[in-house]
Write a protein that binds this ligand. Structure first.
Ligand SMILES: NC(=O)c1ccc[n+]([C@@H]2O[C@H](COP(=O)([O-])OP(=O)(O)OC[C@H]3O[C@@H](n4cnc5c(N)ncnc54)[C@H](OP(=O)(O)O)[C@@H]3O)[C@@H](O)[C@H]2O)c1
Length: 266
């Protein structure tokens, strides 16, 4: 089983946004499954600390993935390594009334949450398709399924990621390359804890979300981890009128607080 996973998605995986939360959980699970890892994030110290705990070979890259140069630093670090799996995980969520937000912040969300997965897909998918195997994971969010005040720009970027991944899933069928988007609800990561006073009911652990995502790789275009979140997804997208779904999210997001940290939110 472990060998099959490594043959299909190895020998190297790149985790973009690996220093904590879901990215670090992806790194641990993938190393357990025998993959070597390129670990990227802005802060070198937590990346090095994580790398020291992993059983396989690792390379750490400190880079700001919201910039073109940062993405290039990461793709350069992967040169000469056969990257068979990419996890586009890092995200930035400016929180607050759109009218009060600095346009530079919403632009940063667009650059990190949309340009980064797009650039990594352009760089890594062609060689995977040529080799006839590989995988690509895009982290999305239930917030991206409808308008989500007060994280409207973030939610829109998460819709982009999910729809991009679904299209790529279809385009790459038959090439041996599996693409999946993980549409997660609330996940107990440090950033969620920073931004929310109370965890939402059904909040999952990073490990639960990572396991569900890796289980779903190769089985279909979209994974919604957790039964409660799947029910919520169906209610919000298929049963409620759009304005009611937006109102539900607005109520659920009432206790989101602004902080100085980049946040990835449900
Ligand atoms: N947490 C939730 O409730 C939740 C729910 C649904 C979906 N998601 C999605 O899951 C993913 C992970 O979320 P998360 O809560 O674990 O945290 P996150 O804040 O989205 O990402 C954390 C990781 O990304 C790195 N990162 C942030 N900005 C970066 C940048 N500009 N360049 C490079 N790396 C950067 C962080 O490290 P550095 O600070 O060292 O750069 C950290 O390793 C996101 O895509 C998010 O949208 C999260």
């Amino acid at each position: 089983m472990k060998a099959r996973f490594a043959d299909r998605y190895g020998p190297w995986a790149l985790v973009a946004g690996a220093s904590e939360g879901l990215g670090a959980a992806f790194a641990r699970r993938l190393a357990e499954r025998g993959l070597n890892l390129v670990l990227a994030a802005r802060r070198p110290e937590p990346l090095a600390a994580l790398a020291n705990t992993l059983p396989t070979e690792t390379v750490t890259v400190a880079a700001d993935l919201s910039t073109v140069d940062g993405v290039r630093t990461v793709t350069d670090a992967a040169v000469g390594r056969e990257v068979g799996l990419v996890v586009a995980n890092a995200a930035y969520s400016p929180i607050g009334r759109f009218l009060d937000l600095d346009p530079a912040e919403t632009r940063r969300a667009l650059d990190l949450n949309c340009h980064m997965p797009l650039a990594l897909a352009h760089h890594f998918l062609p060689p995977m398709a040529a080799r006839g195997h590989g995988g690509f994971v895009v982290m999305s969010s239930l917030a991206g399924q409808q308008g989500s005040p007060p994280i409207s720009a973030y939610a829109a970027t998460k819709a982009f990621g999910a729809i991009l991944a679904e299209g790529l899933w279809a385009e790459l069928r038959g090439t041996g390359v599996d693409v999946v988007t993980c549409v997660a609800g609330a996940v107990a990561t440090p950033n969620l804890a920073d931004a929310k006073a109370r965890p939402a009911p059904g909040t999952q652990t990073p490990d639960q979300v990572v396991r569900a995502t890796l289980r779903g790789l190769g089985r279909g275009p979209r994974v919604v981890p957790g039964l409660g979140m799947r029910v919520s997804s169906v209610v919000m997208t298929r049963l409620l009128p759009r304005r009611a779904a937006i109102a539900v999210i607005a109520r659920a997001s009432r206790d989101l607080t602004r902080n100085d940290q980049p946040s990835g939110l449900s």
